[in-house]
Structure formats: structure tokens, C-alpha cells
Design a protein around this ligand. Structure first.
Ligand code: SAH
Length: 403
């Protein structure tokens, strides 16, 4: 018999509204003796069925809901959920990498699956991240189902993320199914080959969430610049923004700044591969120090990309993070040539799009410059956000024209 988790009447509403998390404080009793990771039924105090999910008493989120229907969670169920998520993605021969499963937002809490298509040999690799115990216990089955459904050549696990600690889990990496992927994998994004290190790279190897914004940069350059354009790519990682820009536009010159030497080395390999090394530079520097120096030197750029790492890891860190974003954006504004553009981002889930816009406004006010919002930016289409799960909206950005 499946164990039952009983929730208090005042905590029923969010569950009925399909929020996927049941916190420990919402639970009034546990009927049965569920093992950590096991499937449990969530019911109200009158014994009415509310949802079904997996259980982890070690986590503050004790149940993550998989379904709000009274249906069995078996292998068939997992296969049909995976199929649904996969069929919502469009993979083309020009864009061979995509997020296939976006955890809570794809109604598969705790599960990330990214696809990295390998152009040269036509091979396909999946990278799986298990963020919770419920997924960790089922990852082998999930990896096999995913690989069968997609005909992938291998599934590699990158469960080396801090959040697993909250679930009582250690970091794990390794091949789950098939062959171990090559290092690097060469994907295509907008037809541009990009080296991805799925073993050591950030996230599952690449910032797939920014793909749509990289395309937006390319569109802007093609529309607005018919001669030389100077671009500054702050927090460049392996240089994807700059690489897309320089490959698309023959008069674009890019300076990429990142603090990590390994990612810059991969970036240089990327630039050499598409034969744009003469127009792309990579510098190892702390961005804050770099932008201060550049302002001091009166440097100006036509287009600046500012895509920092997460500054706020929790609600408690919002104030400090806000000061960081403000300072960074203030310097970035000063480095934009009048009439130029700033793409500015925040990937801190704790900072709402509204707050981010206010912070950027505050930064502008301190510079005496003018800026117009050309577009509000978010993550790529393959990173959907369930309307019932606003926590999933972590990446936000503004495209600004600066005078
Ligand atoms: N825009 C990139 C992703 C950026 S991720 C893309 O599209 O692929 C953030 C990057 O910031 C990481 O590569 C990290 O190494 C770098 N970073 C973090 N702190 C930094 C700092 N203080 N100065 C420079 N780079 C930093």
C-alpha cells in the first residue's frame, strides 16, 4: 500500500493549483512508513486525494509532485512524460543542442536532460542531472528510456551540483547508458560549431538558456551595423555570444572577458575553428576590475553583453546582489557608445524581472545617461516555465539602447 502524506487545510490550495512542492510545514501526518524516494499519495485531512509524488524526509521539500491525477507512477508513466517533453522541442541540423527536460517546468521535478548533438559523426549525447533523491533513485531507468526514445549514443550524468546536498545526496558523474561522450563534443548553434565540455563545463556543459539571446544579438548586428562594430562580451564563458556575432558579421570585433582560464581556452579553440581568431580576443580578468579600468581609460563599445553568474543564491542575499548588479550595470552603461546597445542579464531566481529592471534603472540614474528598453529578454523556448511554477523563471534580461 502506498503511504499517505496528509496536508493541513491551509496548505491545500497551492497543491490544488498545481504547485509542485509540498514543504515539511504543510504536512500534519504521515500514514504508513514510506522509504525515502518512494512514491506517496498526498491527501487532505478528510482523506481526499490531492496529488502523487516522491518523498524525501531529509529535504525541506518533502514531496515533489509528479501528478495531480489519481494515476499509477510506473515506467510507462515516466516514458509518456519524457515523450511529451521531447516532442515539444525542435532540433534542427543547424541547432543540434537543446534542453529536453526542464525539471519542475516540464512536470518532472528534479530532472534535467540536455541533448548535445555531435555534428561530425552524426552522434547524439544526452546529459542528465538528478537534482533530487526521487530522481536519483530512478535515473538509470530514466536514462535508458530517454536513450531508447531518442536513439542517443550515450547518456552521461552530471549530478555534481550543490543543491543535491539539501536532499542528502553527494556529487556523482559518469556514463549511465552507452558510450562515454567525446571531449569536447562539437555542437552547432545557428550553424556555428561550438566546443562543449560535458565533463567539466558549467551546468551540463553549456549555457543553452542563452541561445535565443545570442540569436537576438546576431539579428541586431545585422540590422544596425553595416560597418565596424566593437563588441564587449562580459562573463563570456567559452565566448558563445561573441562567436555567434563574429561568425555572422564580418566587421564585428569582440573582446571576451572571463575569470576562468579553462573556459577561455575552449573559447580560443572555438574562434580558431570558425576562423575568426583575428577578430576575437579572450582576456582573463575579474569583470569588475576590468570595467572600472576601461571606464578610467574612456573606452567605448557599440554593443555590450553583460551576463554575470548568479549573485543571489537565496532571498537573504538579494540586497547584496542588488548592489552588485547596480555597480556592474553602472560601469557597463558608461562603456556604451552613445546610440549603442547593452544586453544585461541576471540569472538569480531570487531577483524578479521587475526588481532587476529597477536595479538597472538605479544604475542608469547614477550615470546621467539615457536608455530605452528595446526588449525584455528571457531564456530560450526549450526552457519553458510552468505557469504554476514561477520559481522556474530565473533568467531575465533587458536589451537597452543607450544614449
Ligand atoms: N554568457 C555566457 C555564460 C556566462 S556564465 C554564455 O552565453 O555562454 C558566467 C561566467 O562568468 C562564467 O564563465 C564564469 O567563469 C564567469 N565569472 C564569474 N565571476 C567572474 C568575475 N568576477 N569576473 C569574470 N568572470 C567571472
Amino acid at each position: 500500500m502506498e503511504s499517505k502524506i496528509v496536508v493541513s487545510p491551509d496548505r491545500e490550495k497551492p497543491i490544488r493549483n498545481q504547485h509542485p512542492w509540498v514543504f515539511s510545514r504543510a504536512i500534519t501526518s504521515v500514514k504508513g512508513d514510506p522509504k525515502p524516494g518512494e512514491i506517496v499519495t498526498v491527501e487532505n485531512e478528510k482523506g481526499r486525494f490531492l496529488a502523487r509524488g516522491y518523498w524525501n524526509p531529509k529535504s525541506q521539500i518533502q514531496v515533489r509532485i509528479l501528478t495531480w491525477r489519481d494515476e499509477a507512477i510506473n515506467e510507462e508513466w515516466w516514458a509518456s512524460q519524457l515523450e511529451r517533453a521531447f516532442s515539444a522541442r525542435h532540433i534542427s541540423e543547424f541547432d543540434t543542442a537543446a534542453r529536453l527536460v526542464n525539471a519542475e517546468s516540464d512536470y518532472l521535478p528534479g530532472l534535467i536532460i540536455d541533448r548535445y548533438g555531435y555534428d561530425e559523426f552524426g552522434k547524439d549525447w544526452l546529459v542528465l542531472q538528478a537534482l533530487t533523491l526521487g530522481i536519483d533513485e530512478r535515473k538509470q531507468m530514466i536514462a535508458e528510456l530517454a536513450s531508447d526514445l531518442l536513439g542517443a549514443d550515450g547518456v552521461y550524468e552530471r549530478s555534481d551540483v550543490d543543491v543535491r546536498r539539501k536532499e542528502g545526496l553527494k556529487s556523482v558523474t559518469g556514463t549511465l547508458v552507452g558510450e562515454a561522450p567525446p571531449n569536447p563534443i562539437v555542437i552547432l548553434e545557428g550553424e556555428v560549431p561550438i566546443h562543449v565540455d560535458v565533463y567539466q563545463g558549467h551546468k551540463t556543459g553549456f549555457y543553452l538558456d542563452q541561445r535565443v539571446n545570442r540569436a537576438r544579438v546576431v539579428d541586431l548586428l545585422m540590422d544596425e551595423y553595416d560597418s565596424e562594430c566593437r563588441m564587449l562580451n562580459l562573463f563570456s564563458y567559452t565566448g558563445a555570444f561573441g562567436l555567434r556575432a563574429a561568425s555572422a558579421h564580418p566587421d564585428v570585433r569582440v573582446i571576451n572577458i572571463d575569470s576562468s582560464l579553462e573556459v577561455l581556452e575552449l573559447g580560443e579553440k572555438n574562434a580558431a575553428d570558425v576562423e575568426v581568431s583575428d577578430r576575437i580576443e579572450f582576456f582573463q580578468a575579474d569583470v569588475m576590475e576590468f570595467v572600472r579600468d576601461q571606464v578610467g581609460d574612456n573606452e567605448l563599445y557599440d554593443v555590450i553583453i553583460c551576463d554575470p553568474p548568479k549573485f543571489a543564491h537565496s532571498a537573504q542575499q538579494v540586497d547584496r546582489a542588488a548592489r552588485g548588479y547596480k555597480d556592474l550595470n553602472m560601469h557597463s552603461f558608461r562603456l556604451v557608445k552613445p546610440g549603442g546597445y547593452l544586453f544585461t542579464f541576471s540569472c538569480s531566481g531570487a531577483i524578479t524581472p521587475d526588481l532587476f529592471q529597477k536595479i538597472v534603472f538605479g544604475a542608469l540614474a547614477d550615470t546621467g545617461r539615457q536608455a530605452q528598453i528595446i526588449a525584455h529578454l528571457g531564456a530560450s523556448d526549450d526552457h519553458p516555465i510552468a505557469l504554476t511554477f514561477p520559481e522556474g523563471e530565473y533568467l531575465k534580461g533587458l536589451l537597452l539602447r543607450v544614449y
